[in-house]
Design a protein around this ligand. Structure first.
Ligand code: TYM
Length: 350
């Protein structure tokens, strides 16, 4: 099996794709297309790890799968040159997750902070799937033997786990890995997280110490990719700030989470550094900075929202993209699954 540089990442279809998803992940997905083979996945199997009330039931799930797909394409991902598909159409994800469940250790999963946050106080009542979420995520990546994984900051720990699982698999089956054509003993490459840009952790517009999130009960806390221009302007105008003018140096943002967040958002949208943004706006009042930010945000997001609307109006077309992508992803996945089964020692049809 040839070793290629391959990018994999996923987004959950749980509704309300927001500026954090866009700047922390999707913008980087688009950039990486230039010089990598990329696979971008709508991770619908992950969505159902949460209670049905969170992902909204069958009709809502299907709608959201198509909406995330539309967001990928409207943002500039090319499903012809790269692969776009939804996870549940490639059975290898669930199948490899089972194999990796037997490699991952309970102690490793017990350390996962996202499970603790999402399960909350009522941990006994969380789904087994939610607990196992990071193993399925490792399977997503390792199924394609991906080398690079663009994600937001919040996924760092899951990526570290995926690396540990890859390494333990390679070690546990070391001799077999070598006799099955991987002389260096590395069947699964160590996936490298790509957490880049000035907005790897976009914070809530209502509270600069809380992550911008799909599940925040306040819609004013986030900018949704489907928000119209007036809504975006209003949310930015209402965004929490402090009474000081903007600093001229990045250091001055350190103790000012809300200011830091808005400057980071501006920098990421404009493709500039925070320092560069402060060179222009430092010393000024928030009101004029917010006007400039709203304008920039609308200029970048409005065309995406329009294109998303156009695409989702034709679900048949979106589905055909996903089906085609799943067939290409499935072929790659099958290669990995065959090799993994041989390495472990399962008997199979040649
Ligand atoms: P999801 O759908 O929760 O998030 C999708 C991507 O958006 C990033 N993100 C953010 N980035 C910056 N600021 C924020 N406030 C913010 N909120 C979300 C996330 O880091 C993520 O990159 N577990 C993944 C989905 C997944 C996956 C994978 C990713 C499943 N399998 C394999 C990579 C590789 C997740 O959090 O999705």
């Amino acid at each position: 099996m040839a070793r290629v540089e391959r990018v994999f990442s996923g987004v959950q279809p749980t509704g309300n794709l927001h500026l954090g998803n866009y700047l922390g992940a999707i913008v980087n997905f688009v950039k990486l297309q230039e010089n990598h083979n990329c696979i971008y996945c709508v991770v619908d199997l992950h969505a159902i790890t949460q209670p049905v009330s969170v992902w909204g039931g069958p009709t809502e799930l299907a709608r959201n799968i198509r909406e995330v797909t539309a967001a990928f394409i409207a943002s500039g991902i090319d499903p012809k040159k790269h692969i776009v598909f939804n996870q549940s159409q490639v059975s290898g994800h669930a199948e490899l997750a089972w194999l990796l469940n037997c490699v991952a250790r309970i102690g490793w999963l017990n350390r996962m902070t996202q499970f603790k946050e999402k399960a909350g106080k009522d941990r006994e009542n969380a789904s087994v799937g939610l607990y196992d979420y990071p193993v399925l995520m490792a399977a997503d990546i390792l199924l394609y033997r991906a080398t690079h994984v663009p994600v937001g900051e919040d996924q760092k720990q899951h990526l570290e786990l995926a690396r540990d699982i890859a390494q333990k698999f390679n070690n546990d089956f070391g001799d077999s890995v070598r006799t099955h054509g991987f002389a260096d003993g590395e069947f699964f490459p160590q996936p490298e997280p790509l957490i880049t840009g000035p907005a790897t952790r976009v914070m809530s517009l209502r509270d600069g110490t809380k992550k911008m999130s799909k599940s925040d009960s306040s819609d004013n806390s986030r900018i949704n990719l489907t928000d119209d221009a007036d809504t975006i302007a209003q949310k930015i105008r209402k965004a929490k700030t402090d009474p000081e003018p903007l600093p001229s140096e990045e250091k001055g943002l350190e103790t000012r989470p809300e200011a830091d967040n808005l400057v980071g958002i501006y920098a990421a949208l404009a493709g500039r550094t925070k320092q560069d943004v402060l060179r222009e706006f430092g010393g000024g009042q928030f009101s004029s900075f917010k006007n400039a930010l709203a304008e920039l945000c609308i200029a970048k997001l409005a065309p995406i929202a329009t294109e998303m609307k156009r695409l989702t109006a034709d679900p048949g077309h979106v589905d055909s993209i996903l089906i085609e992508g799943a067939s290409r992803a499935g072929a790659l996945a099958e290669e990995t699954m065959k090799a993994a089964k041989d390495i472990i020692g399962f008997v199979r049809k040649p």
